[in-house]
Structures are given as structure tokens and as C-alpha cells.
Ligand binder design. Structure first.
Ligand SMILES: C[S@@+](CC[C@H](N)C(=O)[O-])C[C@H]1O[C@@H](n2cnc3c(N)ncnc32)[C@H](O)[C@@H]1O
Length: 339
């Protein structure tokens, strides 16, 4: 309850007036909704919204006259719950999906890095440990970190099945990795950035724990460059997997590296082909959304609205996702007194 208290003193008259119109019954405090924003709760109950656009958040912050940071932290906290909920359920079907465990796609990442026994590799948001186990035969040591315990259970099982011993599994958050600066020679993450509210902050954190002259590798499916197609692509992806935040376009992914102060990455592109029923078999959309998802994919086969190849074959809907492996080195920090 305390959290939702609105500062009365010093409130701008225009704000007070608008607030009285919009929230006539709250009389100085917002109702408690288990620590969540009331409008978020309403929208979530409507079954549609996982992440509210920043513009909406800012209007509400302005209306409440409240502290900006706390709202941002709440966004993150709510999203973490969604991630944990989805990936606890997805752990088994995700790790078994052909598109995810495809050896060819995994080998492309290993090839991009060319690891040696001297390498200490960190896989961030490692999920069921497929990337870790792909690196393990070539690197000295590989560590996988993820926030979802069920995913880490799958990873331990996979390592045991493959007889992989030079690996460790840690539970933790991509935004605050529990490692000292420059601890790893390679820091990799696959298919995680589209689940993040702040991928730039994650990339910055990956760069922090990566040694100078090490390698940073980001692998993700990317959205079309066209704004409308990208919006439709992300809408259907969020329907399919409510923990999806936003797939960036390839140019936006590249821009992320520049924003974080990393050199332009080397880029390898590949495609992932999948039938929509297989996609749905490992995701947990809100009940009823499957119909809209299939309808949108089918419509895109006719009019290209998703900006990715979609082909119909009788009852089957074949979709091709485009993915990129982006590899760079952290900028070598100048030694003090050398400039
Ligand atoms: C789509 S899975 C990808 C798993 C794995 N990287 C792979 O490619 O097989 C996304 C993973 O990101 C993890 N994740 C999402 N947000 C995270 C965060 N803030 N910190 C750590 N892990 C996170 C989820 O728990 C999930 O296991």
C-alpha cells in the first residue's frame, strides 16, 4: 500500500486536476495489486500485455509525480516473473526442439569463436546448456549462467548425458553477473536478447566480464528492418511466447554494439526453419491465442506482413526465422599513465 502512495505536497495543479479525472477514487493512494502497477494488472488480466510501452509508463509516472527509477525496477521485476514462469514450463520442450538443438547451428557459433583449451567461456542465459556443451570439447572450462532453475536442471542432465566434465552451472541475472571484470576469454549468449527489456545493459555487462582481446558473441533471431513488419513480427512472437520483449532488426542489433562502445561485430547469418505446430508445442501462449498466431502466419504467407518467409503446405505452415551470430572483441582499455 505504501508503495502506491502519491506525493500530495508540491503536486502541480494540472497534474492534480488530471489525476482527479483519471483516478477519482484513489484519493491520494493507488490500490495495491501485489506490488504491480494497477494499469499493468488490468492490461495483463486482459491477457494481452506483458510490457507496457515506455511512453505509457512515463505518462503514468508523470501523473503520479513519483520516482522514475522505482517504476523501471518494477518493470524488470515483473518481467523476471514472466521469464521464470515461461522458462520453467518451456525447459523440457525447448531443450528437445529440433530447431534449438540443431548441431549445425550450434557448430556455427563454435566455429565463429575457434576456442582452444586456454579459453574460459561464459554462456549467459544458457538455458538448457546446449551452447555450453557445444563449446566444452574445445575450451578449457565453460560456465553457463541462467536465472531459471528448471533450465539449469536440464543443462546438468545434458552435461551428464554427454559426459561433459569441464562445465559449471550458476543461477544468476544477465544484468549483474557475479564475476570479476575480465574473468572470461569468451562471453556468449544465444536467443536471449529478444527476452530482455534492456539488451544494451546486458551487452555492457557481458563486455565487463570479458577479457581484453577476448570475444563477445551475441546470437539472436532478428526482426525485419521495415517498421510495420517488425511490429507485426514482434506482436505474434509475444503472443506465442509472452516472455518475448522485442526482436531487434539486424541494423538495431549492430547499433547496440556501437552504443555500448564495442567495435562493429563480424556477422554470420543463418536461417531456422520450423513448422508452426512445432513452435506452438514448446511455447505457452495465453489460452485462445494459438488461433490468432496461426491466422497471422497464414495471412503472412499471402501478404508478407511478418517480413519473414512463410510457406503453406496443406495444413502445414512453414516459417523461416533469420538469425545472426555477431562476434566482436572488447575495446582494449588504455593503461593509466600511458596517454
Ligand atoms: C530462449 S532461452 C535460450 C537458452 C539458450 N541460450 C539457448 O540458446 O539454448 C532464453 C533463456 O534466457 C534466460 N533469461 C532470460 N532473462 C534472463 C536474465 N535476465 N538473466 C539470466 N537469464 C535470463 C531464460 O531463463 C532462458 O533460459
Amino acid at each position: 500500500m505504501v508503495f502506491w502512495r502519491v506525493r500530495q505536497r508540491g503536486l502541480h495543479p494540472a497534474k492534480r486536476f488530471l489525476r482527479q479525472i483519471l483516478f477519482p477514487r484513489t484519493a491520494g493512494s493507488f490500490p495495491s495489486h501485489g506490488g504491480r502497477r494497477p494499469y499493468m494488472t488490468l492490461l495483463r488480466h486482459a491477457g494481452r500485455v506483458q510490457v507496457v510501452p515506455k511512453s505509457v509508463t512515463l505518462v503514468f509516472i508523470w501523473m503520479r509525480g513519483d520516482d522514475h527509477r522505482r517504476w523501471e525496477e518494477l518493470d524488470m521485476a515483473t518481467h523476471r516473473e514472466v521469464i521464470l514462469g515461461q522458462f520453467s514450463r518451456q525447459a523440457l520442450p525447448f531443450s528437445a526442439a529440433a530447431m534449438i538443438s540443431d548441431k549445425g547451428a550450434l557448430n556455427m557459433i563454435v566455429d565463429a569463436v575457434q576456442p582452444s583449451p586456454k579459453d574460459i567461456v561464459l554462456d549467459v542465459a544458457c538455458g538448457p546448456g546446449l551452447v555450453v556443451c557445444a563449446f566444452a570439447p574445445y575450451a578449457g572450462r565453460v560456465i553457463g549462467i541462467d536465472m531459471t532453475p528448471a533450465m539449469l536442471d536440464r543443462a546438468r542432465l545434458l552435461a551428464a548425458e554427454q559426459g561433459v566434465r569441464n562445465v559449471d552451472w550458476h543461477q544468476g541475472d544477465i544484468y549483474s553477473l557475479p564475476y570479476a571484470a575480465e574473468s572470461f576469454t569468451t562471453v556468449v549468449t544465444r536467443y536471449s536478447f529478444h527476452h530482455l527489456i534492456d539488451p544494451a545493459a546486458a551487452l555492457r555487462e557481458m563486455a565487463r566480464v570479458c577479457a581484453a582481446k577476448g570475444r563477445i558473441v551475441v546470437v539472436d533471431a532478428y526482426a525485419p528492418e521495415d517498421y510495420q513488419q517488425a511490429a507485426e513480427f514482434n506482436r505474434v512472437e509475444r503472443l506465442r511466447d509472452p516472455s518475448h520483449v522485442r526482436s531487434l532488426s539486424l541494423s538495431a542489433l549492430l547499433d547496440l554494439f556501437a552504443r555500448v562502445g564495442l567495435p562493429e561485430p563480424r556477422t554470420t547469418l543463418y536461417e531456422l526453419r520450423v513448422e508452426v505446430r512445432d513452435l506452438l508445442a514448446r511455447a505457452f501462449p495465453n489460452p485462445g491465442d494459438e488461433i490468432e498466431i496461426v491466422k497471422t502466419f497464414r495471412a503472412s504467407a499471402a501478404d508478407g506482413r511478418l517480413g519473414i518467409p512463410v510457406h503453406l503446405d496443406g495444413d502445414n505452415v512453414h516459417v523461416t526465422y533469420r538469425a545472426a551470430i555477431l562476434t566482436t572483441q572488447p575495446v582494449v582499455k588504455p593503461v593509466r599513465g600511458n596517454i
